[in-house]
Design a protein around this ligand. Sequence first.
Ligand code: KG4
Ligand code: ZN
Length: 351
Amino acid sequence: MSLAISHTGCILGIETSCDETSAAILRDGELASVVVSSQFFHDKFGGVVPELASRAHVRSIVPIMREALDRASIGLDAVDGVAVTYAPGLMGSLLVGLNFAKGLSLGLGIPLIGIHHIEAHIFSALLEEEKPEVPFVVLVVSGGHTLLALVNDVGNYEFLGETLDDAAGEAFDKVGKMLGLDYPAGPEIDKLARTGNPEFIKFPRALMNEENYDFSFSGIKTSVLYWMKKNSPSSERGGGWGMVRADIAASFQRAVVDVLVTKTLRAAEARGVNEVVCVGGVSANSELRARFKTECTRRGMRFYVPRPLFSTDNAAMIAMLGALKHARGQSSDFSLLAMPRLPLVHRKENA
Ligand code: KG4
Ligand code: ZN
């Protein structure tokens, strides 16, 4: 079944859950503009500093929204609804976007549509020309989440599995730190891995052959650490890691990609679903995208992944889910609270 939308008017999307301030305009289901401002100053701290992140959102939210309106050639009076991330994320950062959106909703007399950030990632795939149809199996891989779900419709999700410890993006960031790369290290590992040998070190593929759809990435991070300690060039042989850094990056990335692709496709096969979607920051990874494409084609499945701009945090996906909810007559009231932790789908035993 198609999830195509039309005649939803202009939806303004706002995203401030972490370290990206973003605004977007979706007009009748088509993206009219998207502006993303990334807070690169966190690099030197090795991770996002919450207090600095919220201050930066306060400074940039108005100019970013204005730019999104300008690029879409509309004024605020043309906006029919405001969709905003209210969970999960950094409390201070969420509060900036949510309260700004409440102000707009109140001032303009338009609906407020609260959006769950991870749910928005799922529908980021609809921002592309080729759109997945429901039901589809989705792998969400970001800095804070790694989960597999079956999507039957907007708001109708079946939990399949998730990471039991670190998220895939977190593993990329931590291994990147060991390799001396700046935060967030995912894109850097991706680049470095292109010049390395992915067969150089056989890192563990945790839970890959288990009968469940759960993941675990803390073990591989420890394996990389031990391998680097044991083979440190500085101790006996002198000099730096040189080209070996690329081999470590490529071997680590190959192991993570093997597990993610194997388990996702096994889930799709078991559910008899031919539509496979991969979203979230890590879905920008070139090896992951390429492998999914090859393996899905081989199985006669269709694979969808948004372009990198829509894989990482952005307001276009917030506006897209806002429009889908608006089309279904769903909105939020002003009692909506920012929630730093809020699972999208619960494990079956807890449901
Ligand atoms: O979805 P996202 O932008 O923010 C969260 O909601 O977490 O994901 C950020 C994560 C970071 O861990 C970053 O290192 C990772 O996505 N990432 C990548 C790539 N681009 C971003 N990981 C691997 N390869 C990439 N090309
Ligand atoms: Zn995200």
